[in-house]
Write a protein that binds this ligand. Structure first.
Ligand code: NAI
Ligand code: MG
Length: 352
């Protein structure tokens, strides 16, 4: 029996409420598909720890994760801790140390879930956003001078490397080739005159290596409008760190609720563990009430199984999600229902 060792990082707020359901679902499919998961949970890697000890995770945190087969994370963030502290103290070090340069976010409108967008229909909207995850606009290069003075200023440098852009584009083209064969690149080379023309040039270069994939590029502003007006037209959408971040939240909302949206931070070479996490944050407005939608975490867990070499088990989970949504009216509040996190999870486990 294959055995995988998983690191769990529940984090803050609803992060800690959605990981136990994900684990229940994982264990249920593992039994059926003949693999076992062993967990090590890092319960206090969180904002609470930061307030107590001044760091989100211990100094050797990255090393503790290194030998795990994958990482499943809930969410981090708390109103009394600045968001850049929680992000740069935990998520970003993990993504960068483990070269998780692909952030993969599937978007799908399920039957039984009403999209806030009139034209976004089940069975038609089914695409993936591939976000560059370790460089680009989210860089450490820059600084702030003359703090508090009239001439105070801040500079933030975007960093785009040939190697970094090429590898994420190759992943996106490869994925498009295994899906419906269409790739859309998000750009803004009319306004951002150095990095974005470079990005566009590399897209054209990599396209030549993937002749089976049809591709187009769209300026990010027009693309955002098309996500709302015609979401069914997309298959694989690739964007820089910032563009991909914004597009994937928009896409999650188009699909029905950010509470359902999953994400994978992948190291495609598998030299390091990859990390799986719902797109949503710690939702302090609903934390502690047991009403969070666990689907984002559960679907992320399915992506983890796919990455670990269990595509059929992953498919069982997404099929069960589809069946519960299409065949019952059990819904959490964000999807217009009244079910608690536990009630929804029970309904899903019953389907499995
Ligand atoms: P958020 O995703 O936590 O919440 C946005 C809205 O969606 C809220 O009204 C919330 O109640 C609702 N929502 C989110 N997930 C839900 C779920 N599973 N079920 C039902 N409703 C859900 O984003 P927000 O409010 O911008 O950020 C809150 C905190 O989370 C901040 O500290 C932020 O930095 C952090 N954050 C962390 C992320 C991570 O750990 N990867 C990602 C995004 C935000
Ligand atoms: Mg985001």
């Amino acid at each position: 029996m294959t055995n995988h060792h998983i690191a769990l990082i529940p984090g803050d707020g609803i992060g800690a409420e959605v990981l136990p359901p994900a684990r229940q679902v994982l264990d249920a499919v593992g039994t059926r598909h003949g693999f076992a998961l062993r967990y090590t949970s890092y319960d206090d890697w969180s904002c609470a720890r930061y307030l107590r000890e001044g760091a989100m995770m211990p100094e050797d945190g990255i090393d503790l994760l290194r030998d795990k087969d994958a990482i499943l994370l809930g969410a981090v963030g708390r109103p009394d801790v600045p968001d850049h502290v929680s992000l740069w103290g935990l998520l970003i070090p993990i993504r960068r140390s483990f070269r998780q340069y692909v952030n993969l976010r599937p978007v799908r409108v399920f039957e039984g879930v009403e999209s806030p967008v009139r034209g976004a229909l089940a069975g038609e909207v089914d695409f993936v956003v591939v976000r560059e995850n370790v460089e680009g606009e989210y860089s450490e290069a820059g600084g702030r001078i003359n703090r508090g003075l009239d001439d105070e200023m801040a500079v933030q440098e975007a960093v785009f490397t040939r190697a970094g852009v090429t590898r994420v584009l190759d992943y996106a083209f490869g994925l498009a080739g295994r899906r419906r064969g269409t790739l859309t690149s998000a750009t803004k080379s009319n306004g951002i005159v150095h990095t974005m023309p470079f990005w566009d040039q590399l897209v054209a270069e990599r396209a030549a290596h993937h002749p089976g994939v049809a591709w187009e590029q769209e300026h990010i502003d027009a693309l955002a409008a098309k996500f709302v007006l015609d979401p069914a037209r997309f298959d694989v959408v690739v964007g820089s760190n910032l563009f991909g971040d914004i597009l994937s939240d928009l896409a999650a909302a188009v699909a029905g609720s950010i509470g359902m949206a999953p994400a994978a931070n992948l190291n495609p070479e598998r030299a390091f563990p990859s990390m799986f996490e719902p797109v949503h944050g710690s939702a302090p407005d609903i934390a502690g009430r047991g009403i969070a939608n666990p689907l984002g975490a559960i679907w992320s867990a399915a992506m983890m199984l796919d990455h670990l070499g269990h595509p059929r088990a992953a498919r069982d989970i997404t099929d069960a999600i589809a069946a519960v949504l299409a065949g019952t009216d059990v819904r959490t509040r964000d999807l217009g229902g009244t079910a608690s996190t536990a009630e929804f999870t029970d309904a899903l486990l019953a389907r499995l």
